[in-house]
Design a protein. Sequence first.
Length: 384
Amino acid sequence: MNYFSTNFTLGILGGGQLGKMMLYETRKWDIRTHILDPSNEAPSKIATDYFQQGDLMDFETVYNFGKKVDVLTFEIEGVNVEALEKLENEGVKVYPSAATLRNIQDKGVQKQFYKEHKIPTSPFKIYKDKNELNEAIVRKELHFPFVWKSCTGGYDGKGVSVIRNAEDIIPLSSDACIAEKLIPFKNELAVIVARNPSGEVKTYPVVEMEFHPEANQVEYVICPARIDEAVANKARALAEKVSESFKHVGLLAVEMFQTEDDEVLVNEVAPRPHNSGHYSIESSYTNQFEQQIRAILDLPLGNTESKVGGIMVNLVGSEGHTGQVVYKNIEKILAMEGVTPHIYGKKETRPFRKMGHVTIVNKDLDKARKIAEEVKKTIEVVSE
């Protein structure tokens, strides 16, 4: 099929920053796109050929949107899977598939999937609600501390908490959840795997993630990860095993823990472009968004290696600020060496909301890390 400068249409469910950055690539290749998003002010709206406002979890909305496109993908997991299944049955190409999404959308199902496929992950138990969780604590079947995760609806650090005592349980939602063993680890790592329908597979280098202690959000992504080559090889091999098990098409971001004894455990996955791959826009021969387009259209996959060391800093809303966004001191970071800011187009800021990111590239990774810290200290995402 000829995708370029034709009536071929790629549909994207979700019009947030990931969709917007995917559209950089469709614009580069003149591929026609349709976007569906709940917000009329979605960041992707300015760059798509056709924009529709609508509920991503509503069967009829997703189904009717999907009938008008040739290939359908998504930039967020919270979409109606039954609609995707019906579209697939009627001949619409959906990548990643509805079956892949079913195994990932619910974190309880995802963890069970790892167990069944002998993929190393932290020990866990699934509870149908908060009452059942509390009963397990009373019966001493579950002990503090542990990691609590909501089975559905978690994003950007929400839906995950370290539970150290009974008081920590009070603010938790009452929905189905997982209790995971709290694993001591050296590093949080991630590997992005690309796979096309023809079966070609490529992995990106292992990245290291540093998290904000309160918001449970990634603050820095460092590529390449500052780890032994043996651990990096183990992480890439494990990511490929996870990819093969899910049989996904497109990108799969595999988040992992490097334990104290250098074992690698899978934490969770995302079947789409991911925060841990944003560095690739400036650092890689083929950035993750172009790779997503190549993969779902069954084009040859691009070179995943890095041209230069890269560090990504997330720009999130400052505490105490809600309202019309202002990027304070952005001109100062633009004057720094190897610094590129990406502004997502969200007009309203609120505490810890992801508003953009900044990439720092440098042949010397230590120097890049120092500049990244300077960026973090300099720019502020505040309200008017």
